[in-house]
Write a protein of this length. Structure first.
Length: 228
């Protein structure tokens, strides 16, 4: 579930809580692509000192959602065509191998989990629900590969993947296009992985990811002049 941006913060991990709230604000488009994120404003918004804000923004930089310019100012990542192509290339390398390894193992438990995920995708009521389920589907396959280094590589790309999916889904008609597309395409990938054929699974994963290029026009950023 997304973080409640109005709930009081506790002392357990202020930096982590600030990170999660900023992350959700970025993914949901509340903070515009390319826009500045200033420590004093964030600190005042969440009634915390600037130290946890600084730590949170450094963590978001590691997630790929925040960049720092030459003057040290934090900005929200811009989803440019170059970022998109880099993301596709990384996902092909990671998820193609992950699907191969997952298909070579015990696929029964994975297939059941993916089937349940697809069922929930078909019932998703909001674009954020669909986005989370979509990302979770792919992460389940990566985790089923049982390769810690592969999982670590996936986790470095996950946030940007989720950011892009949310941007692509946000303004679409959820009742038809994105949900139907997600369900149908993921079911094809599920069948390939569940077949137990590593070659088929890898090819299906690569095809699924590269077919995702059709989302590029929908997710290109349209920045307000003030944020350029």
């Amino acid at each position: 579930m997304p973080a409640d941006v109005t709930a009081p913060l506790t002392r357990t991990s202020l930096a982590e809580q600030v990170r999660e709230r900023l992350r959700e604000a970025i993914v949901c488009g509340e903070l515009p692509q390319g826009g500045l994120i200033t420590e004093p404003v964030v600190a005042a918004r969440y009634a915390v000192s600037r130290a946890p804000v600084r730590e949170a923004m450094l963590a978001l930089e590691r997630d790929g959602l925040v960049t720092f310019d030459a003057r040290g100012r934090a900005r929200v990542l811009e989803l440019t065509p170059r970022v998109f192509e880099e993301l596709v290339s990384v996902r092909v390398a990671i998820e193609g191998l992950a699907a191969r390894l997952a298909a070579a193992g015990d696929v029964a438990e994975l297939a059941a989990a993916l089937e349940e995920n697809i069922r929930r995708q078909g019932e998703a009521g909001t674009y954020r629900d669909l986005t989370r389920l979509d990302v979770d589907f792919h992460e389940a396959i990566v985790r089923a590969a049982r390769n810690d280094r592969l999982l670590a590589a996936w986790l470095t790309a996950r946030s940007v993947f989720e950011f892009w999916l949310a941007a692509a889904f946000r303004d679409a008609e959820l009742a038809v296009a994105p949900r139907t597309l997600a369900v149908d395409s993921h079911r094809r990938l599920l069948r390939a992985v569940a077949s137990g054929d590593p070659d088929r699974a890898e090819k299906a994963a690569v095809a699924h990811i590269t077919r995702w290029r059709t989302y590029l026009p929908a997710a290109r950023p349209v920045l307000p002049e003030a944020a350029r």
